[in-house]
Design a protein around this ligand. Structure first.
Ligand SMILES: *Cc1c(COP(=O)(O)O)cnc(C)c1O
Length: 431
């Protein structure tokens, strides 16, 4: 077991032909080693072709895409474009990675957190509408934007969220950072709202080492976002600034990686779905363990998740070997890998954490050389957001206590999935 090669959650995987290196070499050979250039333009064109294809409808999208240095930068610029100012409120799905909400705080605005529905784990449309009405009652003003998140790739209920947002005239910024290539009713996520956020961090569906993109509605918006992303310079021969801008454009080197990755994007997505199907098959007979799967297709609501990470929940009554020792030691390493943990924790526990059996399974899998990770801790339970308003039925808190992410990346073989399923079965205490 100890000699086995470690199985990671989701590692970067380059194209077989080494196209990434070809594009990077071209950038060096032609001296385009800057945050603009042929690779950036080519990558944006590839992304536009990708997001504008629809498999069901006749109406073709004509979205424009700006490539940026990070997905977080894309969220930030979308908020600026929605006119978010200090003191404004933005409705954000609570169950998410911090990059969905932190940029709201960068702007001096306030995130108001929305709880999840049980089926998709994403923003509950009923809570969304309750929150909109209550915020208008309490503050006399409408929230400035709505940010649903495609958690682990799963689409949110696009129809109902867009309908509610439309009725109240509030723009939607789709955080599809984890949902690259996921579809709802045949249409790619990120193309339903006014803006769509993508991420190409090292562990996402495709990578540029680090990077992101913003899907924008039209040519005018594309220009405006581009202008903000390049220090908001006015067109004079000298540097004239009438507004504050940002240095958020993607580098031509990173975009070269992106162009190569676009040739394997569909392959990656198909692989993640295949791994999910295999987990579902192998774990279906295991009592107390449930894979999180997309809702069954219904007329007008067809979910097509990319299964960026495969996730399961453990019944609280299931006993896992070693669970009596869960949380006995302070974690010193980096839980979750690449993101790293810089601050050392001074306590082994917090007032909101996964159940003991989930932590025990994580530790068990770790010893089996399998990287597993708790699901995102809801933002409204994060100490840094303790003063934020929240509208919740506590569904996401319950999932946080029961959930675990399993490896799903391109390097995860069928044999690995079988091994992981066996490890999970082994970990269960049979009475
Ligand atoms: C990864 C991610 C982002 C963007 O992250 P970057 O690392 O800045 O590219 C945004 N939202 C969610 C939900 C994410 O998982």
């Amino acid at each position: 077991m100890q000699n086995r090669k470690r199985i990671h959650l989701c590692l970067a995987h380059m194209s077989d032909g080494g196209l990434e290196q070809k594009y990077i070499k071209e950038a060096f050979d032609t001296n385009w080693v800057v945050p603009l250039g042929p690779n950036v333009n080519g990558f944006e064109k590839d992304l536009e072709d990708f997001v504008n294809t629809t498999s069901h409808e006749d109406t073709k999208n004509d979205k424009r895409v700006v490539a940026l240095s990070a997905g977080t930068a894309a969220v930030h610029l979308a908020l600026i474009a929605c006119g978010v100012k200090p003191g404004d409120e933005v409705l954000v799905q609570s169950f998410t990675f911090c990059a969905s909400s932190h940029p709201v705080t960068y702007l001096g605005a306030k995130p108001v957190f929305i709880g999840s529905e049980p089926d998709t784990w994403n923003m509950d449309p009923v809570l969304l509408e309750t929150a909109i009405r209550d915020r208008i009652d309490k503050t006399g003003r409408k929230p400035k934007a709505i940010i649903p998140v495609a958690l682990y790739g799963m689409p949110y209920d696009c129809t109902r969220i867009m309908e509610i947002a439309g009725r109240y005239g509030i723009p939607v910024i789709e955080d599809a950072a984890e949902g690259f290539g996921s579809r709802f009713n045949g249409r790619v996520l990120g193309t339903f709202g006014r803006y769509g956020v993508l991420s190409f961090n090292g562990n996402k569906m495709i990578t540029t080492s680090g990077g992101g993109a913003l899907i924008t509605p039209d040519e005018d918006e594309w220009r405006r976002i581009m202008w903000y992303a390049t220090q908001a310079r006015e067109s004079y021969p000298y540097y004239q600034h009438e507004e504050i801008g940002y240095n958020y454009r993607m580098s031509n080197i990173c975009a070269g990686i992106g162009r190569g990755q676009m040739t394997v994007a569909e392959q990656h997505i198909a692989h993640h779905k295949h791994v999910q199907a295999l987990y579902e098959e192998l774990l279906a007979p295991v009592a107390g363990v449930s894979m999180h799967s997309q809702p069954q297709p219904q007329p007008g609501a067809e979910y097509d998740s990319n299964y960026w990470l495969c996730t399961l929940t453990l019944s609280p009554t299931l006993r896992i070997k070693g669970q009596e020792d869960a949380y006995k030691t302070v974690v010193t390493g980096a839980v979750g890998g690449a993101a790293g943990v810089i601050h050392a924790a001074d306590t082994a526990t917090t007032d909101c954490q996964p159940n003991d059996n989930v932590e025990a399974l994580r530790v068990w899998l770790d010893k089996c050389q399998v990287e597993a990770r708790p699901v995102w801790k809801p933002m409204h339970r994060q100490p840094v957001y303790r003063h934020a308003a929240v509208y919740t039925n506590h569904i996401e808190e319950d999932i946080f206590k029961k959930g675990l992410c399993l490896p799903a990346g391109p390097y995860v073989s069928d044999d690995d999935v079988r091994y992981i399923a066996d490890c999970i079965k082994e970990a269960i205490v049979r009475e």
